[in-house]
Structures are given as structure tokens and as C-alpha cells.
Design a protein around this ligand. Structure first.
Ligand code: PAF
Length: 282
């Protein structure tokens, strides 16, 4: 696996891979890799001839009160995992490379980024869209893969790629879960043993609500019930539990089209997010 940290070397390496022919798939990450990321790498390998990954902990998607400085960084282990997973190239730039002096251009995707995490974390999706746009421009992949765990992020990126007519296919990969149902996340390491047990309430509450709504239950009643389950498990605050259109993320009050139930809530100091599909019966 080639490990590249500067732009001229990246351009040369990408040109080299493209000359070898075949498709190039890209998996952008912030490192601290787990089986969820490796599922993206594996899927990328099935979809393309060469897999490129990036590791960059993007400062602009963290608010001042968030965990940028403590976000887990494990580059040596990450490299080992990527190499084992069949990744051909790792793009690992530093902050000055991604945000050169005087950097003043941002990508702001309105609508789909306004609610949910966009409301709870002002500026977050501008940071995400700006860095993903830049990474896509640098790596020039045929396909880029993102986890459905960050469902709103995926919707924002799809919107941006469509609006800016970027020549890349965006693929969403289903959330990977531990045996207890909790979605894999680099932030799960922050949970104590007790918090980890309590956190099982999140996938359970969403699963129960999704099932009930699919069977004709009232959206408001079942999102309130899920919120209550989370509160009783010790989540506080609960930023949202909402059922939204699966593409635009507009909030729904009845299940008239494919939807997603999404939630974000804090247990202790750790903010967890999760989501599940809610499909109307035909
Ligand atoms: O999902 C992530 O790890 C990040 O938000 C991403 C897409 C790599 C952008 O920094």
C-alpha cells in the first residue's frame, strides 16, 4: 500500500493507478478504523479494481465544544488494517495541505443539512461537504463509499454531488453492528461498561418504532415512545428522534414514501447517532 502525504505525490500515484486501467473506488475516513470502515473497504474492493482510502481528522466539522483534540488517532493500526483489507493507496494529508493559508471557500448544502444533526451541530455539514468535495477533487475516484450510519451525511453528499455535477457514483453501505445491536462507531470507545449496556436502548427503541410505524402505527406516537425509552435508559439530552423522507430528510407525519427513523442522543459525555429504514407497505 502506498502512503501519500503531499498533493504532487497523490496526483502522480492516482494517475499511475488510472493508467493501469479499471475503476478506482474511494473510502474517506477520519481514521480510528473499525469493522464498519473495513466493510466499506471490502465493498470498494468488490466494486472497483483499485481502492484508495483517506485518513484526515477534519477540524472544520467539529464545533469548538466537540472532541476534535481527543478524537481517537491510531494511524499505525489503521494502516495495518487498510493494507490487510487490500487498499492500494492511503491519502493521509495534514491540515495545511487540506486548508492552505488563506483558505476561504466552503460548500454549503442547504435543505437536507438544515435539520437533525445540522440543527444540533451548526456548521458541521459545511465542514463535511467542504472536505468531501476537496477529497473527491483530489482523488478523482469513479466511486466513493460512505456508511449509512451517518445517514444525513450520506444524503448531504449525494445532494452535493448531484448539484455540482461531480463525475462520481456515491454508494451507501449498510451500518455494521456489534452483537448487542449497537452501531459501530469510533466514538464507542468513550463508553463505560454501564453506558455501553444502557446504549443498547438506542437500536432497540428505533427498531421497535420502525416496526410499529411500518405496520401502520402513528409516527408521532412511536417517536415519542422511542424518546421515552431512551430517556429511561439514561440518554440525556436527546437531540432528536424523527422519521424523515429517505432522500430529502424532510420530516414526515405519515408514512407516504420510503423513510428513515433517525436519532441522536448523549449518554454521559458521548453523543451517539443511529438510524433505520422505515418502508411503507405497498
Ligand atoms: O464520516 C466520516 O468519517 C467523515 O465525516 C468524512 C466523510 C471522512 C469527512 O471528514
Amino acid at each position: 500500500m502506498q502512503i501519500i502525504r503531499d498533493l504532487p505525490a497523490l496526483r502522480k500515484a492516482v494517475a499511475g493507478l488510472k493508467k493501469e486501467c479499471g475503476k478506482l473506488a474511494f473510502v474517506p475516513t477520519m481514521g480510528a478504523l473499525h469493522a464498519g470502515h473495513m466493510a466499506l473497504i471490502a465493498e470498494a474492493g468488490r466494486k472497483a479494481d483499485h481502492v484508495v482510502a483517506s485518513i484526515f481528522v477534519n477540524p472544520t466539522q467539529f464545533a469548538l465544544n466537540e472532541d476534535f483534540s481527543t478524537y481517537p488517532r491510531r494511524e499505525a493500526e489503521d494502516m495495518h488494517m487498510l493494507e490487510k483489507g487490500g487498499c492500494a493507496l492511503l491519502w493521509a494529508p495534514d491540515v495545511e495541505t487540506m486548508y492552505p493559508p488563506g483558505h476561504s471557500t466552503t460548500i454549503n448544502v442547504t435543505g437536507v443539512s438544515d435539520g437533525l444533526d445540522g440543527a444540533a451541530r451548526p456548521g458541521h455539514f459545511t465542514g463535511v461537504a467542504t472536505i468531501v468535495y476537496t477529497l473527491l477533487n483530489q482523488v478523482q475516484p469513479d466511486i466513493a463509499l460512505f456508511g449509512e450510519k451517518d445517514f444525513q451525511q450520506l444524503a448531504v453528499i449525494r445532494r452535493m454531488v448531484r448539484d455540482m455535477d461531480l463525475p462520481v457514483e456515491i454508494d451507501g453501505v449498510p451500518t455494521q453492528r456489534d452483537a448487542d445491536g449497537i452501531a459501530l462507531s469510533s466514538r464507542n470507545i468513550y463508553l463505560s461498561k454501564e453506558q455501553r449496556i444502557a446504549a443498547r436502548a438506542l437500536p432497540r427503541a428505533l427498531g421497535e418504532a420502525a416496526k410499529a410505524i411500518q405496520e401502520g402505527g402513528d409516527i408521532r406516537e412511536h417517536t415519542e415512545r422511542a424518546t421515552d425509552t431512551l430517556r429511561r435508559a439514561g440518554f440525556d439530552p436527546i437531540d432528536y428522534v424523527a422519521v424523515c423522507d429517505a432522500e430529502t430528510l424532510e420530516s414526515l407525519t405519515s408514512l407516504t414514501r420510503p423513510a428513515r427513523i433517525l436519532a441522536a442522543a448523549r449518554i454521559g459525555q458521548t453523543r451517539l447517532i443511529d438510524n433505520l429504514p422505515v418502508i411503507p407497505s405497498v
